[in-house]
Write a protein that binds this ligand. Structure first.
Ligand code: PEP
Length: 255
C-alpha cells in the first residue's frame, strides 16, 4: 500500500548551473521511473526553477528544504508556502537536524511550518532523530516520540495522510556512519506505533517513514528491505547522478 519515496536533499549545494548538470545526468540514467517508486529532489531555493524546468516532463518531483510559517510580509530572507507551490514544488523538508542545530528551529516552529505546508498542499517531510549522546543515554525513543507528537499537533487525520516522516539519527548524517538496518527498523516500527496511538493503525500504515543518514548504493538494499522503511532522505549520495540513480533502481527492484 505504501510506495517507496526516494528523496534527495541537496542542502546548500548546486546553484542553477550545477543543478542543470546534475539533473541532466540523472534524467539520462533514469529516463523512466517505475510506477511503484516516487522520486523527489530538493534543491536550494535558487535552483528550484531550474529543476522544475528540467523535470517538467519526467516522473521526478521537486521539493524545497524549508518554508516560513507566515504567509508573507516583512521576513527578510524567508520563503513562503505559496511561493513554493507557485514555483512548482509539491514537497517540503521541515525540521532537518541542521536547521534545528544551526538555525534555531524548535518543535514549535516545526509544527507551525507543518501546518503552513499542508495549507499550501505541500507534503511535509518532517525530520526527527536523536544525537549520539541521546542514544547513548537511551533517550532516543522518548525524544523521537515527542518530536513526532509535537510536529503533528493539531494535524487532522485527513491531513496527516500526506505527511512523510524522515527518521534521521544525527550521528549518521553526513558522517558515513549508517544506522544498521535493524536499528532503523526498530525506530521506524516505533514511530509507526506512535502514529497509530495518535491517529489509528489504518492511518499509521499509510504514512511513509523514510530513513536518512549516509544512505548510499552500498547500504540502500538492506535498509530499504526493512518492512517499515519506506524510502530514503538522501544527502551526499543525491549529489552524484550515478549514486542517486542506483538507489532509485534498488528501490524499483524491491517495490
Ligand atoms: C540528509 O541531509 O538528510 C542526509 C541524510 O544526509 P547524508 O545522506 O549525507 O547523511
Amino acid at each position: 500500500m505504501r510506495r517507496f519515496l526516494i528523496a534527495g536533499n541537496w542542502k546548500m549545494n548546486c546553484g542553477p548551473y550545477d543543478a542543470a548538470e546534475l539533473l541532466e545526468g540523472l534524467t539520462e540514467r533514469k529516463a523512466e521511473i517505475s510506477e511503484d517508486v516516487d522520486v523527489l529532489v530538493c534543491p536550494p531555493f535558487v535552483s528550484i526553477g531550474m529543476a522544475v524546468k528540467y523535470l517538467y516532463d519526467t516522473d521526478i518531483q521537486v521539493g524545497a528544504q524549508n518554508l516560513h510559517f507566515e504567509e508573507n510580509g516583512a521576513f527578510t530572507g524567508e520563503i513562503s508556502g505559496s511561493m513554493l507551490t507557485e514555483s512548482g514544488c509539491n514537497y517540503v523538508i521541515i525540521g532537518h537536524s541542521e536547521r534545528r542545530q544551526y538555525f534555531g528551529e524548535t518543535d514549535e516552529t516545526v509544527n507551525k511550518r507543518v501546518h503552513k505546508a499542508i495549507e499550501h498542499k505541500l507534503a511535509p517531510i518532517v525530520c526527527v532523530g536523536e544525537s549520539l549522546e541521546q542514544r547513548q543515554k537511551e533517550e532516543h525513543f522518548e525524544l523521537v516520540k515527542n518530536q513526532v507528537k509535537k510536529a503533528l499537533e493539531g494535524v487532522s487525520e485527513a491531513e496527516v495522510r500526506d505527511v512523510v516522516i524522515a527518521y534521521e539519527p544525527i550521528w549518521a548524517i553526513g558522517t558515513g556512519e549508517t544506522a544498521t538496518p535493524e536499528q532503523a527498523q526498530v525506530m521506524h516500527e516505533y514511530i509507526r506505533t506512535v502514529l497509530s496511538d495518535l491517529y489509528s493503525e489504518e492511518v499509521a500504515d499509510q504514512i511513509n517513514i523514510l530513513y536518512g543518514g549516509s544512505m548510499k548504493p552500498a547500504n540502500a538494499k538492506e535498509l530499504l528491505s526493512q518492512p517499515d522503511v519506506d524510502g530514503g532522505l538522501i544527502g551526499g549520495a543525491s549529489l552524484d547522478a550515478d549514486s542517486f540513480s542506483e538507489i532509485i533502481t534498488i528501490a524499483e527492484e524491491l517495490a
